[in-house]
Design a protein around this ligand. Structure first.
Ligand SMILES: *[C@@H]1O[C@H](CO)[C@@H](O)[C@H](O)[C@H]1NC(C)=O
Ligand SMILES: *[C@@H]1O[C@H](CO)[C@@H](O)[C@H](O)[C@H]1NC(C)=O
Ligand SMILES: *[C@@H]1O[C@H](CO)[C@@H](O)[C@H](O)[C@H]1NC(C)=O
Ligand SMILES: *[C@@H]1O[C@H](CO)[C@@H](O)[C@H](O)[C@H]1NC(C)=O
Length: 486
């Protein structure tokens, strides 16, 4: 999801893809969607975050003409903040305090939750309450469905309602470590203005409220607090991350991601108040994730790890390749040299990939499909269509896809391999199933869509699946290697 940017200073998490991810998911899900996301609480010693893929709305704009300009505007605003953010980043990260301090949070695909993003398990508060949050590299704010009573709590009526909706709710009022941010504080008035804090403040001690916006039109309303998040180190110990900014959301609306099975969002963008930046600061500037196949049942999980590459138990199916990160806060970008299909380098103007200009390729855990700016999309789709012309194409529209084929008789083996060539020569070659997707029992669809130029392109989470991705914010590099992530 991508948050929207508010008034030049605010980022809000708007996902423009959400609507179409949702479609994708709906189509694709066809199975397991009656399942309740209740997790079994067996290992209460671990603080791990699980990653599930969700359709982040931020990039969704590409499809809708209206949203594109909005997105571009956001990006432009983002660019102005680059210097500020870089200062923030460079100043913040230090080598790990202690060797081998790595924490991991369980992460799985969102199919069972009917969403196209990945979910991470997060333990919030004291005592800790467990939630599954959408892992979103496009959002600054971490929030959870929540109840906080300033006056009367009406515990009984509320509880009953929650049970009926099966919705998990963080009871902030019961957490010893939850402290609302006050509306009269500088934090509320200045720092959190980027996160859509509201200016209303009838009493100086009232909580600081937000109306957080995502690009897909969804929104979360609530109040900011500082809270403790408990994580499990790989050595079995627990650590408390104190004073993390948490949104206590009482109402999340719009978008397909915020359904009754979603507990909230884990903000993993590069922003001062994001969980990612705060956690990375204390854990050596390093984090990694390995995305399981997006069609996996939620009992198949891997981890979002901080402090190092804690995926030692994850078997890699190739060498780790590295490329410099091209940061465009709040987004993670990579520099592309070119795209090849079947070994043939395509003719794509280099400005398409210039993140300091009008283009760039953003890696987004919160967007499912991959979106290429038109001058890159055209050659890619041209070659793919030619290679696939021997298969029966489906007349019926399967939104949001543009090109679908009858799955019976479809031979994945004859689809030429697509490869992104990153700066420094690292070649990223996703499996065919990551760009010719199962879009239903009888349909295969090309999972790459066009987006307007000028504008950035997005490497979505489906294309990133079945790879370990390791980010090092100190060295400014990202490494990746193929893996089943199981
Ligand atoms: C939580 O709610 C109870 C009942 O209304 C109240 O007595 C208590 O002070 C509240 N605690 C906090 C931390 O707000
Ligand atoms: C939640 O937000 C929506 C849209 O802003 C609004 O229509 C609805 O009344 C709100 N619900 C509650 C319980 O505040
Ligand atoms: C995961 O769930 C699926 C469907 O319920 C089941 O077939 C599979 O055996 C489970 N896998 C594991 C590792 O529990
Ligand atoms: C797909 O191909 C099969 C076998 O040729 C055929 O029976 C089926 O009707 C086709 N489906 C569609 C939607 O065209």
């Amino acid at each position: 999801m991508m948050q929207l940017r508010n008034k030049g200073v605010k980022w809000s998490p708007i996902s423009s893809l959400t609507p179409f991810l949702f479609l994708l998911i709906t189509i694709v899900v066809a199975h397991a969607h009656m399942l309740e996301p209740e997790e079994k609480d067996d290992d209460s010693n671990e603080m791990r975050l699980e990653l599930i893929h969700r359709h982040d709305p931020r990039i969704a704009g590409n499809q809708q003409h209206g949203t594109v300009s909005g997105f571009e505007q956001i990006k432009e605003l983002a660019r102005r903040d680059i210097i500020r953010h870089q200062r923030l980043l460079n100043g913040g990260y230090t080598e790990r305090r202690k060797n081998w301090e790595i924490f991991q949070m369980p992460m799985h695909a969102g199919l069972d939750y009917d969403v196209g993003e990945y979910f991470v398990q997060v333990r919030i508060g004291t005592p800790a309450q467990k939630f599954w949050l959408i892992a979103d590299t496009g959002s600054d704010l971490t929030w959870v469905n929540c109840r906080y009573c300033t006056g009367n709590c009406e515990p009984h009526s509320r509880k009953r309602r929650n049970r009926v909706s099966h919705r998990r709710v963080f009871l902030a009022n019961r957490s010893l470590s939850f402290h609302p941010v006050t509306c009269s504080s500088r934090q509320c008035k200045v720092d959190l203005s980027e996160l859509f804090s509201l200016t209303t403040c009838p009493n100086p001690s009232d909580p600081c409220r937000y109306d957080y916006r995502y690009m897909d039109g969804s929104a979360a309303l609530g109040l900011f607090g500082s809270e403790t998040i408990t994580v499990s180190l790989t050595n079995g110990k627990k650590r408390k991350l104190k004073d993390m900014l948490i949104g206590c959301t009482k109402n999340a609306t719009g978008g397909s991601s915020f359904n009754s099975k979603t507990d909230g969002v884990l903000g993993l963008s590069i922003a001062k108040e994001s969980f990612l930046v705060k956690a990375a600061r204390e854990y050596g500037g390093k984090f990694s994730y390995c995305l399981v196949d997006h069609l996996s049942h939620k009992n198949v999980s891997n981890y979002l790890s901080f402090g190092g590459y804690g995926n030692s138990k994850t078997t890699l199916l190739g060498d780790i390749r590295q490329t410099p990160l091209a940061l465009a806060p709040p987004f993670f970008g990579v520099n592309v040299i070119g795209i090849s299909i079947g070994g043939q380098l395509l003719k794509i103007p280099s400005e398409i990939w210039n993140i300091a200009g009008q283009g760039g390729l953003i890696m987004d855990s919160g967007t499912s499909l991959t979106l290429l700016a038109e001058p890159a999309y055209e050659p890619v789709i041209g070659v793919l269509l030619k290679a696939l012309e021997k298969f029966d194409s489906l007349e019926k529209e399967i939104s949001p896809f543009e090109h679908c084929y009858n799955a019976s008789g479809f031979d994945e083996g004859s689809v030429p391999r697509l490869a992104f060539h990153f700066e420094g020569g690292a070649r990223f070659e996703p499996p065919v199933k990551s760009y010719v997707l199962d879009a239903g029992p009888n349909a295969k669809c090309i999972g790459i869509l066009p987006t307007a130029w000028p504008g950035s392109s997005t490497l979505g989470n489906i294309l990133q699946q079945n790879h370990l991705w390791e980010f090092d914010l100190l060295k400014n590099i990202v490494g990746f290697a193929p893996s089943a992530c199981t």
